[in-house]
Write a protein that binds this ligand. Structure first.
Ligand code: GRF
Length: 219
């Protein structure tokens, strides 16, 4: 069997995306394993999930590193030490500096709860609701120096319902996050993702179903 891809997951919160990735690895479909979960928050639910799954964890508190670059350098050292092949940001609430990006060129993925380039940054679901969009969603992308601006790998769209609030919309989006993040990692692990400028090509090319999501539906 070929070598499994070694994943380092960075998470600051609940870690439901981490869980989806762990589960997919355990099912044996995904030729990858999470070898380290790193958090800047000692109370992050993601750490509890990792420990339960027998995965190594590490807390690096950004408050102990007033210089951003020093914080990033500490994380890079830990990830290198764990021989991580791909860095997976899963609800990691710190912006990475060039120190980090240059250590893992084209080897950092992120998930964002909006259809980028709409609503980058924090509180994306709330911004989508306030704007009045009819279709929201999520995006997995490679990380570049901008905020949620790197080449897009997969997106999933969900309808916004009239009675949605931030909680219900976030929940509907999160369900799709749990589908597309493991999928994107699997494509990477299989060597099927090729970055060409802003475009991520998938080999062999995938034919999307020619379905349109209309909201509201036409009568
Ligand atoms: C998700 O909505 C993700 O898109 C965003 O942060 C949230 C993390 O959720 N980047 P969880 O910690 O994976 O449950």
């Amino acid at each position: 069997m070929s070598k499994k891809l070694r994943l380092g997951v960075l998470a600051s919160g609940n870690g439901s995306n981490l869980q989806a990735i762990i589960d997919r690895c355990r099912e044996g479909e995904l030729p990858a394993e999470v070898v380290l979960v790193l958090s800047n928050k000692s109370q992050a639910g993601a750490l509890t999930r990792a420990r339960k799954a027998g995965i190594a964890t590490l807390v690096i508190d950004h408050r102990d590193h007033p210089e951003r670059a020093a914080f990033d350098q500490a994380m890079v050292a830990a990830l290198r030490n764990a021989e991580v092949d791909l860095v997976v940001l899963a609800g990691f609430m710190r912006i990475l500096t060039p120190v980090f990006l240059e250590a893992f060129p084209q080897r950092i993925m992120n998930i964002h709860p909006a259809l980028l380039p709409a609503f980058p940054g924090i509180k994306a679901q709330r911004k989508a609701l306030e704007y009045g969009v009819k279709i929201a969603g999520c995006t997995v992308h490679f990380v570049d120096p901008g905020v949620d601006s790197g080449p897009i790998i997969i997106q999933a769209a969900v309808p916004v319902l009239d009675d949605d609030d931030e909680t219900t919309l976030s929940r509907r989006i999160l369900e799709q996050e749990h589908r597309i993040y493991p999928e994107a990692i699997q494509l990477y692990a299989e060597g099927r993702l090729h970055i060409e400028g802003r475009h991520v090509r998938i080999s062999p090319p995938q034919k999307p179903p020619l379905l349109a999501l209309l909201n509201p539906p036409t009568v």
